[in-house]
Design a protein around this ligand. Structure first.
Ligand SMILES: CC(=O)N[C@H]1[C@@H](OP(=O)(O)OP(=O)(O)OC[C@H]2O[C@@H](n3ccc(=O)[nH]c3=O)[C@H](O)[C@@H]2O)O[C@H](CO)[C@@H](O)[C@@H]1O
Ligand SMILES: C=C(OP(=O)(O)O)C(=O)O
Length: 428
């Protein structure tokens, strides 16, 4: 396991350019196997999740190359194979191979997905969608078999019981080549869903309504890539750097941002009194003065993202008064709290999903654990703010999803080292 070591106490300044969205990329790569031609992506983030998805592709005889953010995938030689369970378990998004393989072969056998422990992460809505399209789903020994090979997938109406990013994308992937029309009601509206749909439609898919709660998919026979797909900027990475800059910056410009994707987040920063200048595709964060406490509730998009709940906590420690966070999406996603307390933060979980944050004058570096990716991001910010040295163990969780973090933080003036992982060989 990797560790990140930060010698804190130096305010950050300068510029940082945001990479392509992890949560788009991890769905775009499985989606690529639906194509009947090679596909190309650019601004792909350099993260462990991409490496593990490439390993899964390799097992299916799908070749891929990745250099400087340019990812090429050739799915034309794909064959059905056993998938490497280590790579499947390393990230949640491996579950998108269920929908993608089902769309490609009419059946899929995939180990139950792993990924970060945020509390219970059921996939019943994904399965409900596959079954509605005519697939039989069985589970044995942690392996899920989904089969519609007898009669093929037939378009259907699926009303999701919960707004789910994963289920919405997985049903789109299964339905894109199914016979007839599929309608997803109560669909998630995240920008990453629009990105996947843009990629598929540019290849000839017929998907309407992405970004609203009703998505209509009319199945097509072939998908051919005719251009390079540029991944949308990572709004969670952007929010993480904005939090850092507002908490402990002397003027930071965050570039390659779609400000509309961050509205619920920036409106909370503004409510706190953070001084921002929002441009067309960049946000400048001025040094903060007196910050007000706020109350935050995580919600499906366009609400405040659960993935920004943790990165905002170190900033809330700077506010002069008590702030509250309610995580309605993943109430057990609070594993950063005990670690922030150990660094001197006045922060506690008072009920499941409810966090109270008081003003904390000073954080002190110590050894902490990154239990999941965004908890790790919170600890990085706290480590930058803290006096002394912070050692973050289990940092692989962070490297799963934060593009070139050492380089970006060093450019902002952070004294950071990563040990226990060969970053040069991060990409196969
Ligand atoms: C790879 C990726 O894009 N991951 C994101 C995705 O995760 P993930 O796909 O796990 O999250 P979902 O949007 O699917 O889940 C949202 C909520 O619905 C529930 N649910 C979900 C599916 C299901 O079949 N049944 C069910 O009950 C979940 O427990 C959760 O409470 O969205 C989360 C919520 O925005 C983000 O934190 C993750 O970063
Ligand atoms: C929890 C996350 O990722 P995953 O769903 O891949 O575990 C995240 O991106 O915050």
């Amino acid at each position: 396991m990797a560790k990140i070591i930060i010698n804190g106490g130096h305010r950050i300044h300068g510029e940082v350019t945001i990479g392509g969205a992890k949560n788009s990329t991890v769905a775009l790569i499985p989606a690529a196997i639906l194509a009947d031609s090679p596909v190309k992506f650019d601004t792909v983030p350099q993260i462990l999740d991409v490496k593990n998805l490439q390993l899964i592709l390799q097992a299916m005889n799908v070749s891929s190359t990745f250099e400087n953010g340019n990812l090429s995938i050739d799915p034309t030689t794909i064959r059905e194979s056993d998938l490497p369970s280590g790579a499947i378990k390393s990230l949640r998004a491996s579950y998108y191979f269920m929908g993608a393989l089902l769309g490609r072969f009419g059946r899929a056998t995939v180990t139950f997905p792993g990924g970060d422990n945020l509390g219970r992460r059921p996939i019943d809505q994904h399965i409900k969608g596959f079954e509605a399209l005519g697939a039989t789903v069985t589970e044995s020994n942690d392996i899920i078999h989904i089969d519609a090979s007898d009669h093929g997938l037939i378009g259907a109406r699926v009303a999701l019981d919960t707004v789910s990013v994963g289920a919405t994308i997985n049903i789109i992937l299964a339905a894109v080549k199914a016979k007839g029309q599929t309608i997803i009601e109560n669909a998630a509206k995240e920008p990453e869903i629009i990105d996947i749909v843009t990629f598929l439609n540019n290849m000839g898919a017929n998907i309407r309504g992405a970004g609203t709660d009703t998505i209509r998919i009319t199945g097509v026979d072939t998908l051919i890539a005719r251009n390079t797909h540029t991944v949308i900027p990572d709004r969670i990475e952007a929010g993480t750097y904005m939090s850092m800059a507002a908490a402990f910056g002397d003027g930071v410009t965050v570039r390659n941002v779609i400000p509309e994707h961050l509205e619920s987040y920036t409106s909370k920063l503004i409510e706190m009194g953070v001084n921002l200048e929002i441009g067309e595709d960049a946000v400048h964060i001025f040094p903060s003065e007196k910050l007000q406490p706020v109350s935050i509730k995580t919600m499906p998009y366009p609400g405040f993202a659960t993935d920004l709940q943790q990165p905002v906590t170190p900033l809330l420690l700077m506010a002069e008064g008590e702030s509250t966070i309610y995580d309605t999406i993943y109430p057990k996603r609070v594993r950063h709290i005990a670690e922030l307390r150990r660094m001197g933060g006045d922060i506690a979980t008072v009920k499941p999903g409810e966090i109270k944050i008081g003003h904390s004058d000073r954080l002190i570096g110590t050894t902490v654990e990154a239990a999941e990716i965004r908890a790790g991001a919170a600890l990085i910010i706290a480590g930058i703010m803290a006096d002394g040295t912070t050692v973050i163990n289990n940092a692989d969780h962070i490297l799963r999803g934060y593009d070139r973090i050492q380089e970006k933080l060093t450019n902002l003036g952070v004294d950071i080292a990563i040990e226990g992982i060969d970053l040069i060989n991060l990409m196969p």
